[in-house]
Design a protein around this ligand. Structure first.
Ligand code: SF4
Ligand code: SF4
Ligand code: FES
Length: 530
């Protein structure tokens, strides 16, 4: 392992580590524009120049590999002067757009200018080279004047999506970024272009002019859009999600997420959320408090006993699933989760990047907890034969199934935990308001068998409640309370009950998740089969 010294800090790094990476390992961020941790090095911006002992000229940190005994200075007079000069050069034709630019507050150029530049421009605004502004590329807006020609977007398109949408056109200070004939970006990963662009040249159409970023609070979470489980930030303000951004995890999604996943935040804010419980009475729906609704559910399960059935949902957290499974076992009812066979798609990639065919975040959690037991067909057959007195649905999937319609009509009591209003809820007799993924603490287990934390960003609307709490509430009413007051407690119980999760807790799962012991072999065999 080569040993080097950066700004007086000694550090051992793996062979092949570049100076910019070594700096980050030592907690030193070397200024940069074109370098990105998940893209090939291009070395074009010259912002990362550093002084290295025994080398006559400054070197670019992003493309210089650390050698043993190397001594690097990033803040020497020569290095700082180089940063200032590079910035001044980059800003020669840059418009004075910060007050109206949506990147302000998260712009590398703005940050670097405040940190290293602070020079007065020698160029008058009318002397600057004008380029195209407000070019609509579909999900992305291009402002070529703001571009620093770093080529990150080109490299993303060439190396991640393989779509090569961008090219540089013209020469010298007239050079600018463009798509062929201004064609829009049509792939499912366009949002990442706005993320990789270090300035306000590529902006998200969806988020543009919606909110100044300094008003936003970021909460770590995991995208619920498919079984990949991309790590994300939920950016929110006043209890409302404003956008989702990828959170880097080299084991799962690197720095990327798909556009389908990015739109998941809109589901949370829908004004059709189920915010209160309701029970079907003799003259139609009657509002009820959640405790009263849980009393009703407990009574019906007590009556039905083993003639009850439970269908879990792979949309739920591991904690929800554990509490639901515990309730089903207490009652002795039938149990499954495989509506639509998500288990067959959990590892199937839908494109060449991230998106998987299983659009549930926690099918693997259902499998790990052994929730595929009775069989959905068998449960429906029992319903159709009039052998089910109470059916509890952890999510509304079965209500949406046309084949289930007749069978459901034969069940005297159907309870459903739902997040959004839909006409199909009228097929139930009791509706319980469930909190959504951004409103709860918990874990999902992704297709790799990686357990990952989701965190509560804001409160659920109305009386919407985490599913595990509602299941635990019914267990309490049936005389066997779940010894857990929080999602963390439920996960501790789960870790004791499911051998592969032994020894895990919220702390050990941490920010980046934890792979389960049997994970990699299982992935290899199952992916080979897919
Ligand atoms: S548009 Fe953004 S990412 Fe692309 S070259 Fe310009 S500054 Fe770099
Ligand atoms: S690939 Fe799946 S998990 Fe990742 S962002 Fe897209 S929908 Fe979400
Ligand atoms: S970051 Fe090193 S040259 Fe651009």
């Amino acid at each position: 392992m080569p040993k080097c010294v950066i700004d007086g800090r000694e550090i051992d790094v793996p062979a092949g580590t570049t100076v910019i990476q070594a700096g980050l390992m030592a907690g030193i961020e070397i200024p940069h524009f074109c370098w990105h941790p998940d893209l090939p090095v291009d070395g074009n911006c010259r912002m990362c120049l550093v002084e290295i002992e025994k080398m006559p000229k400054l070197q670019i940190a992003c493309n210089t590999v650390v050698s043993d005994g190397m001594v690097v200075r990033t803040t020497s007079e020569k290095a700082v002067q180089a940063h200032r000069t590079t910035l001044e050069f980059l800003l020669v034709n840059h418009p004075i757009d910060c007050p109206v630019c949506d990147q302000a507050g998260e712009c590398y150029l703005q940050d670097q200018y405040m940190e290293h530049g602070l020079h007065d421009s020698k160029i008058q605004p009318e002397e600057k080279v004008r380029k195209r502004k407000v070019v609509d590329l579909g999900p992305i807006m291009l402002d070529a004047e703001r571009c620093v020609l770093c080529s990150r977007c080109l490299r993303f398109e060439a190396n991640v999506t393989g779509t090569n949408s961008f090219e540089f056109v013209n020469r010298g200070d007239h050079m600018q970024i463009s798509t062929f004939e201004n064609r829009p970006i049509t792939h499912n990963y366009a949002g990442n272009l706005a993320d990789v662009c270090p300035v306000g040249a590529l902006l998200s159409h969806d988020f543009r002019f919606k909110m100044r970023v300094w008003f936003l609070e970021a909460t770590d979470s995991v995208c619920p859009g498919c079984s990949t489980g991309c790590n994300i930030f939920i950016d929110h303000r006043d209890g409302e999600a404003q956008r989702l951004r990828p959170r880097r995890n080299v084991e799962v999604n690197k720095s990327w997420m798909c556009d389908i996943g990015r739109k998941e935040y809109k589901e949370i804010a829908l004004d059709t959320r189920v915010t209160a419980a309701r029970v079907r009475g003799t003259s139609g729906w009657e509002g009820a408090s959640v405790p009263t609704a849980l009393d009703t559910l407990a009574d019906r399960l007590r009556e039905a006993g083993t003639a009850s059935a439970f269908l879990a949902t792979p949309q739920a957290t591991n904690e929800d699933l554990f509490a639901f499974r515990t309730l089903a076992e207490k009652v002795g009812g039938m149990l499954d989760f495989r509506v639509g066979d998500p288990q067959d798609k959990v590892r199937v990639l839908e494109d060449s990047v991230l998106l998987r065919a299983d659009r549930n975040p926690n099918t693997q959690g259902c499998l790990d907890q052994g929730l595929g037991r009775t069989g959905v067909k068998e449960i429906l057959a029992a319903c159709a034969a009039g052998k089910v007195g109470a059916l509890v649905l952890q999510g509304p999937e079965l209500l949406r199934s046309a084949e289930a319609l007749d069978a459901l009509g034969r069940v005297p009591f159907v309870a459903v935990m739902a997040t959004r209003e839909e006409p199909l809820l009228d097929r139930a007799h009791l509706v319980l308001p469930a909190a959504m993924w951004a409103e709860v603490d918990g874990t999902f287990t992704n297709y790799q068998r990686r357990v990952q934390r989701i965190r509560r960003a804001f409160a659920a609307p109305g009386s919407a409640t985490p599913r595990w709490q509602m299941a635990a509430g019914v267990s309490t009413r049936l005389g066997t309370p779940l010894p857990a007051a929080t999602a963390r407690d439920v996960f501790a119980l789960l870790a004791r009950a499911v051998p592969d999760y032994a020894g895990l807790d919220f702390k050990t799962v941490g920010a980046g998740g934890r792979g389960l012991p049997a994970g990699p072999e299982q992935i290899a065999t199952q992916e080979a089969r897919a």
